[in-house]
Design a protein around this ligand. Structure first.
Ligand code: FEO
Length: 397
C-alpha cells in the first residue's frame, strides 16, 4: 500500500513524522514537528537502519512489511540507542524474531537495559564490513555524537552515509524526503538549534567524527532527523564543522532578564550602540519570553554574547541563571563576552556574571556596567561604550 521513497536502488525511506509532540526530549519546542528517519535496504539480505519512536511503531512496521513484500527482515543496524530511534526495537523483534541486531559492544548493554534483548546479536567494530548482496556496508564508531554507543553505517555501493543524529534537524518531512526534491531553506536554522540543544556539548567528538568521515566518498547523507542530504550535503557538513569548532558568525546575542525594564533599557542602549558601530546581526533574548532552545541556538551561532541581569535576592535573575547553566553544560568555547546588570539596594548580578565568564574562559570585552536603580546619563554612556567595544572587537575578527 505504501509508496515508499527510494533513496537509491533498493534503499527505501521508512521513517515517520511526529507532529504531535510539543517538546523534544520534553525540553525543546517543536513548532514544525520532527521526523524519525529509518531506512530499509532490500538486497539479497534485507537490512533496516535504525527504528523510530515507539509512538509510531504501528505505521512504521506496516511500511517495512510493505517494502519487504512477504520477505523476512534479516538485519537491524542500531546506530543509536536513544529511544527516539531505538523505541521500536522490541516490537520489531516480536514481528521478526530471527532478525539479527547489529551494533557495537556499547550498543548491546543498552539493548539489554532498555529492551531485555540479549540474543541474536552481531557485534561490529571500527571498519568492519557486511556484504548483503549488491551492497557492502561498513561501520564507523562515532562515540558521543550524541551518546557513547553511536556509530555510523556507510553503504560503499551507493556512497550513502547513515549518520545517526549527525546532520539532523528539527522539522517534519512534508512530502519530500531528499533535499533535491524540496525547499530546504527553513531547515538550516533548525539544524543549528538542534545541534545547540542536543549535540552542543560534544564538539570534540564531532570533530573527530568529521575527520574520520573526510576519508569517505559521500554522495548522500541519511540522518535520523530531517531531510536526506544530497545536493546540500557539503553545506550540512560545513555547518557541523563550524558549530563543533565553536566558530561563531560576526553577530551578537544579547541575553537578559528584567523585572521592571531597567536592565532592559541597558540592553537597548547596548544594542543600539552595536548597530551604530556596524554590527548587523543582533539578536535580543528576554529570558522570560525567549525559550532557552532559541537562546542556545544563537549562542552557538554568533561570536558575541552580552548578558545582563538584575540582582534578585542577592543572586542572578533566576530564569537567566537557568539559561546560563544550559550554556555552561554545553561548554561553549571561544566567545567574546560582555556583561551588565542592575540592582536596587545591593548588587550581586554583575559579580556573578564575571564569575560565569571566568568559568567559560571567554574573552571579556569592554567595561561591565552596573546600574543602581534607574538609568543615569553616566550609565547610558557606559552602555554605549560597552556596545562599541564589542562591535570593535567583533569587527577585528
Ligand atoms: Fe535523535 Fe540522540 O537521538
Amino acid at each position: 500500500m505504501y509508496k515508499l521513497k527510494e533513496i537509491a536502488p533498493q534503499v527505501y525511506y521508512v521513517g515517520v513524522n511526529d507532529r504531535q509532540k510539543a517538546l523534544f526530549e520534553n525540553m525543546w519546542p517543536l513548532p514544525a514537528g520532527v521526523s524519525y528517519n529509518s531506512y530499509l535496504i532490500v538486497d539479497e539480505k534485507s537490512v533496516l537502519v535504525d527504528t523510530v519512536d515507539i509512538c509510531y511503531s504501528d505505521i512504521f512496521l506496516k511500511k517495512i512489511a510493505d517494502a519487504l513484500n512477504g520477505r523476512l527482515l534479516d538485519y537491524l543496524i542500531v546506530d543509536h540507542m536513544e529511544p527516539d530511534h531505538a523505541g521500536s526495537i522490541r516490537l520489531l523483534r516480536q514481528q521478526y524474531p530471527n532478525v539479527q541486531i547489529i551494533g557495537n559492544n556499547k550498543t548491546f548493554g543498552m539493548l539489554q537495559g532498555y529492551h531485555g534483548i540479549t540474543d541474536g546479536l552481531h557485534e561490529v567494530k571500527e571498519g568492519d564490513k557486511l556484504n548483503i548482496g549488491k551492497h557492502t556496508l561498513s561501520f564507523y564508531m562515532s562515540p558521543m555524537v550524541h551518546w557513547p554507543e553511536v556509530m555510523m553505517t556507510y553503504d560503499e555501493t551507493d556512497k550513502i552515509l547513515f549518520s545517526a543524529d549527525a546532520f539532523g534537524t528539527y522539522g517534519t518531512l512534508d512530502g519530500g524526503v531528499i533535499d533535491t526534491e524540496m525547499s530546504v531553506d527553513h531547515y538550516w536554522e533548525e539544524m543549528i538549534r538542534y545541534y545547540a540543544n542536543i549535540v552542543g556539548k560534544y564538539g570534540n567528538p564531532v570533530q573527530k567524527t568529521l575527520q574520520k568521515l573526510a576519508g569517505l566518498e559521500i554522495q548522500t547523507i541519511c540522518s535520523t532527523h530531517g531531510p536526506v542530504w544530497r545536493e546540500q550535503k557539503n553545506k550540512a557538513i560545513d555547518i557541523y564543522d563550524r558549530l563543533s569548532r565553536y566558530e561563531g558568525e560576526n553577530g551578537v546575542s544579547i541575553i537578559y532578564g528584567s523585572m521592571y525594564g531597567h536592565t532592559e533599557q541597558m540592553a537597548e542602549a547596548i544594542a543600539s550602540s552595536l548597530s551604530e558601530n556596524g554590527i548587523k546581526k543582533i539578536v535580543m533574548h528576554h529570558v522570560s519570553k525567549s525559550h532557552s532552545s532559541n537562546i542556545l541556538k544563537d549562542v552557538f551561532k554568533y561570536k558575541g554574547v552580552i548578558i545582563g541581569s538584575p540582582t534578585y535576592s542577592n543572586q542572578l535573575f533566576p530564569d537567566l541563571e537557568a539559561v546560563l547553566s544550559k550554556i555552561e553544560l554545553r561548554e561553549v568555547k571561544n566567545r567574546l563576552f560582555a556583561y551588565f546588570g542592575s540592582f536596587s539596594w545591593a548588587g550581586a548580578a554583575v559579580k556573578k556574571l564575571d564569575a560565569f565568564g571566568e568559568r567559560m574562559k571567554w574573552e571579556t570585552v569592554g567595561t561591565p556596567v552596573e546600574q543602581k536603580q534607574g538609568m543615569s546619563v553616566d550609565n547610558y554612556e557606559a552602555c554605549l561604550l560597552l556596545g562599541q567595544a564589542m562591535a570593535e572587537r567583533i569587527n577585528q575578527n
